[in-house]
Unconditional design. Structure first.
Length: 265
């Protein structure tokens, strides 16, 4: 059996009860944190809280050399961990298909995701979100501006009245000059807001910082105003609203301190 377990959003306690039970009964436990990570816990915290040894794999170790994981699942019960949900954003469908092809049973134990938390924290209705997009660091796409694909996604959603979740780039093990095992960098919401204000338009946006943590922050204002603020430790994301239902507008004022005058424009 190969069980994919989402750890949730923040620390070693964010896992569901079902996930905790599956993790603690696994014979071997693997994890990857190259797409996202728990900002409130490290591997040692996970191991201590759940009484397991965690074997962390890098991107290449999961995508190009999954054999150790598959062999462990053939020999017994293996667990594969990621932050959030293992099949949302940090998609590992290829690994699951490889296991199924070899006759290995698989299951998914879901965890809370940043997208669901963004809807819950901002008060924006979840069925009014369109396609999500990731804003990369400038050096990651070879330019100083916002990639056209990011702008196109936001504008296509807004034409339909839909909100856009903008995930912010994470670089672990790769830096401006290429592979670097010591490099760890997380795009902040103020940096992202500045890029979008200068490379797109100075529109209303909502920052969600450290969703799932005890000190989560939600703040709504123009991009240029958000660019001048600091939102603390990662992880951050932005939401670019589309058309607002009156309840959503009230939520942004009441929950995210959006200026009422901005919502009346």
């Amino acid at each position: 059996m190969l069980t994919f377990i989402g750890l949730g959003l923040y620390d070693e306690r964010s896992i569901t009860v079902e996930g905790r039970e599956a993790l603690r009964t696994a014979d071997r436990v693997f994890a990857e944190f190259y797409t996202s990570r728990l900002v409130g816990a490290d591997v040692a915290d996970l191991e201590a809280a759940h009484g397991v040894d965690v074997e962390v794999r890098d991107r290449e170790g999961v995508e190009r050399d999954p054999e150790p994981i598959l062999e462990a699942a053939e020999a017994g019960d293996a667990a594969f961990l990621t932050a959030g949900d293992t099949m949302i954003s940090t998609t590992h469908t290829d690994l699951r298909l490889r296991a199924e092809t070899r006759g290995i049973d698989t299951r998914v134990v879901h965890g809370v995701t940043a997208q669901s938390a963004a809807s819950s924290l901002t008060g924006l209705q979840n069925y009014r979100f369109g396609k999500a997009v990731t804003l990369p660091f400038s050096y990651a796409h070879g330019g100083d501006d916002v990639p056209g694909s990011v702008i196109e996604t936001i504008e296509a959603n807004r034409e339909r009245g839909l909100h856009t979740v903008v995930y912010l780039d994470i670089k672990v093990g790769t830096g401006p000059t290429g592979p670097d095992p010591d490099h760890e960098e997380y795009m902040t919401a103020d940096h992202a807001a500045r890029l979008l204000a200068e490379g797109w338009r100075d529109e209303l946006a909502v920052v969600v910082a450290r969703a799932g943590s005890p000190d989560a922050v939600v703040a709504a204002d123009r991009l240029s105003a958000l660019a001048g603020r600091e939102f603390g430790d990662p992880l951050h994301l932005l939401v670019i609203p589309g058309d607002l239902h009156h309840v959503e507008a009230e939520a942004l004022v009441g929950l995210a301190d959006a200026p009422e005058s901005l919502l009346e424009e």
